[in-house]
Design a protein around this ligand. Structure first.
Ligand code: ATP
Ligand code: MG
Length: 714
């Protein structure tokens, strides 16, 4: 049953309003999604509308799933049959029924990002151009722009006006389009474009769909683009019932074509448009809400909103400065453990970041502390393709096992195909050797130059590992292998960031454990990947801010809030527009929090930025009344994460030397300093450190501890 008492007066009016065209403009957490969901339930339960006649468009699949389950909860099975999905899924549904009218088969292929790149590769070869000069990303933008402006390849060629660079681009576009057409393939933009064209050219089909959807609802309307808007208008053209909700301050997809003017100027398209404003925030405490508002106020291009909350003042936003990214991650884990002891569940926490590469340190600390976590819309750090590739390169130096070799022998491309790999493997099996040994011994007769060069490169690293520190070795691997150049050539910014983050990782590791070897490092990493696939219901949530849209959590940590990271350097170079979009992103991030909000950053050197870091302006812009600053950089000893009964740190590197420590021995820990062994229990030693560290349990084999020697006394 729909319980309307759970709505305030304004929201209730919004649910029941009878206007045909309704726009709800309201700030974060004011109940827009809740009202939209309730409205659907209301239409079904009170207005006897058939679910089949209701359409709701959400921004993500996750949001669609949540909305469906909310409606099913309220109406039992009476709500089944509503079409609730993203706009792309809706198009897929429409096209799979009616694309035949455009002379395409029903089982058309959806072309994803990887397929697109494959097609570009072919095109570049044919046109005779290089990805170093024509980055894939900008080529895809060029293609999308043309398509969105209905410019076909021959028109695009006309518009080149003989300019050689543009001619090459137009040629690639022509190949791309032809290739797609031949395979009956549709890229994501096509899904929308084909549907609007289908409707433009086939009024009967349009009428069929427009007649089906009596009531159309769109959540997150501030992030629709022009073509999507056209589609929405087409679909609502018969019954004229359109209900949109959005917050212009949360437009964060302009870079993908979103246009905030669509929601703000909608009254020009619909003269009868009725606008409803919701101004009570139900999500956050006042400190969080006012803090977020004080940031977004700095945007010039916006309409001021009057949002208040009755949730009480709550705790102030906490700003924490740490001396390194690892310390920042430790701090976050520390707080999670403390708050969990106070009654929070893991699922109440979200750790949000501007870019994917920022998850690395946090993931490590969570794994070390056995805190379960899930990453939305992305892979765990050590599972990312480029990170795995590079780790396999490093394995060539230590073990040169077949799996590592197979993974990287043709990445970057060296003209080695599956047949060659199979042939080498066969020789290896018959000779009882590894594949690398076969290559090194010159037992494979073909591709001699390529393999000689490859072996020479690996042997050089094997030699250098004796003298170089791990960070320099990794840099050498990235350069010699051509891996870094490959990513640069393909303009793979995100992958490059992950690689730089791996450089930071190995650097931190060698600083923490100066005596460790490459093998130690790789073993340590394998500990992090082992438990990677565990699915636990009660998990901490990790995701980029873009993926956190529409969601809410009791406690939010926004990490990596350094100038150049967030706001990102790239957007800063785009001027005021870029900066304002970043600020909206900060607003989205802060307003995900219900009770507690932490903004954290660190001052260490960053490979990604190539400099030391400073706090983000989005921290400074939080009004001082709502924020508390904590800075632990004076003392490098972070407070202990563990209570006495937990084994700290799973970075196990060496065989346990169980009997090395005895009760009463004095040891030295790399970070905590001097301590006394209290007991040694099968290789796990309890050590008492001076206040504030206390008692820790550590593996006897852990490289961070050693016995105090005579030299230490002198
Ligand atoms: P965003 O802009 O982030 O998408 P929103 O405007 O869609 O936010 P909702 O997610 O719908 O906001 O609501 C925020 C929170 O407030 C939810 O937990 C929702 O259940 C709760 N809420 C909304 N209205 C009320 C109400 N009248 N009484 C109690 N709780 C409410
Ligand atoms: Mg919402």
């Amino acid at each position: 049953m729909v319980v309307f008492s759970q709505l305030n007066e304004n929201q209730k009016c919004a649910v029941e309003d009878k206007h045909n065209h309704i726009r709800i403009i309201a700030g974060a957490g004011s109940g827009k999604t809740r009202v939209l969901t309730m409205r659907i339930a209301y239409l079904i339960e009170k207005m006897n509308v058939l679910p089949y006649h209701i359409l709701a468009i959400t921004f993500t699949n996750k949001a669609a799933k949540e909305m469906k389950s909310r409606i099913n909860e309220m109406l039992s099975d009476k709500g089944v049959g509503c079409h609730i999905s993203t706009i792309h899924s809706l198009c897929m549904r429409i096209l799979s029924e009616d694309i035949v009218a455009l002379n395409y088969p029903r089982n058309f292929t959806v072309v994803d990002a990887d397929d697109q790149k494959q097609i570009l590769k072919e095109a570049y070869k044919l046109v005779g151009i290089d990805k170093k000069e024509y980055a894939y990303g900008s080529m895809l933008d060029y293609i999308a722009d043309n398509k969105y402006q209905s410019i076909n390849p021959s028109k695009a060629m006309e518009y080149t006006y003989g300019e050689p660079r543009l001619i090459n681009k137009a040629k690639v576009f022509a190949y791309y389009q032809e290739r797609l057409e031949k395979m009956y393939g549709l890229d994501f933009d096509d899904l929308i474009l084909f549907t609007t064209r289908l409707f433009d050219e086939n009024p009967v089909i349009l009428e069929k769909w427009a007649k089906r959807f009596h009531y159309i609802h769109v959540d997150e309307f501030q992030d629709v683009d022009k073509e999507q808007y056209k589609l929405i208008k087409q679909l609502s053209s018969f019954h004229n019932n359109l209900y949109v909700v959005g917050d212009p301050d949360q437009t964060i997809f302009t870079w993908r074509g979103a246009d905030v003017n669509i929601i703000t100027n909608m009254d020009k398209d619909f003269k009868d448009l009725y606008t409803i404003i919701l101004n009570e925030n139900y999500r956050s405490t006042n400190n969080i809400l006012s803090g977020a508002n004080s940031v977004i106020k700095n945007n010039k291009a916006r309409v001021e909103k009057d949002l208040y909350s009755n949730n009480g003042a709550g705790d102030r936003i906490i700003h924490k400065t740490c001396f390194s990214e690892a310390a920042e991650a430790n701090y976050v884990a520390n707080q999670i453990i403390k708050l969990r002891n106070d009654g929070y569940n893991y699922r109440d926490f979200a750790i949000l970041y501007r870019s994917n590469y920022l998850s690395r340190d946090v993931e490590k600390v969570l794994l070390e502390n056995r805190i379960p976590y899930v990453i939305y819309g992305g892979l765990r750090f050590y599972e990312r393709m480029e990170v795995k590739d590079i780790l396999c390169y490093l394995r060539m130096i230590t073990r040169a096992d077949d799996l590592a070799l197979i993974r990287i022998i043709n990445t970057p491309r060296r003209g080695i195909g599956q047949k060659t790999i199979d042939a080498i493997q066969e020789i290896a099996n018959s000779q009882n050797m590894t594949m690398y040994e076969v290559l090194k011994a010159g037992l494979y007769p073909k591709n001699k130059d390529t393999f000689d060069h490859f072996v020479k490169m690996v042997e050089k690293w094997r030699n250098d590992v004796q003298t170089l520190d791990l960070e320099l070795l990794l840099k050498e691997v990235l350069d010699d292998s051509g891996y870094r150049t490959m990513l640069e050539a393909e303009n793979e910014t995100e992958r490059l960031e992950n690689i730089k983050s791996l450089l930071d990782d190995i650097k931190e590791y060698s600083e923490d454990y100066p005596d460790s070897t490459l093998d130690d490092y790789l073993q340590m990493i394998s500990l992090y990947t082992d438990r990677a696939s565990e699915q636990v219901y009660d998990s901490v949530n990790l995701c980029t801010i873009h993926s956190a849209k529409g969601l809410e959590f009791e406690c939010v940590f926004v990490i990596g809030l350094s100038e150049g990271v967030f706001p990102s350097e790239k957007t800063l170079s785009e001027g005021l527009k870029g900066l304002e979009e970043e600020r909206r992103l900060a607003y989205v991030a802060y307003t995900r929090a219900k009770k507690l909000l932490y903004v954290t950053e660190s001052s260490s050197f960053s490979y990604v930025l190539q400099s030391s870091k400073l706090p983000s302006r989005f921290i400074k812009e939080i009004d001082s009344a709502y924020i508390e600053h904590v800075d632990d950089r004076v003392s490098p000893i972070s407070s202990p994460i563990f209570d006495e009964d937990v084994v700290i740190n799973t970075r196990v590197n060496k065989e346990p030397k169980d009997d090395m420590y005895r009760k009463g021995d004095i040891i030295i820990h790399k970070i905590y300093g001097e301590g006394v062994i209290l007991s040694n229990d099968n290789g796990v030693v309890s050590i008492a450190f001076p206040h504030p560290v206390g008692i820790k349990k550590i593996l006897a084999s852990h490289p961070s501890i050693r016995k105090k020697t005579k030299d230490d006394y002198s």
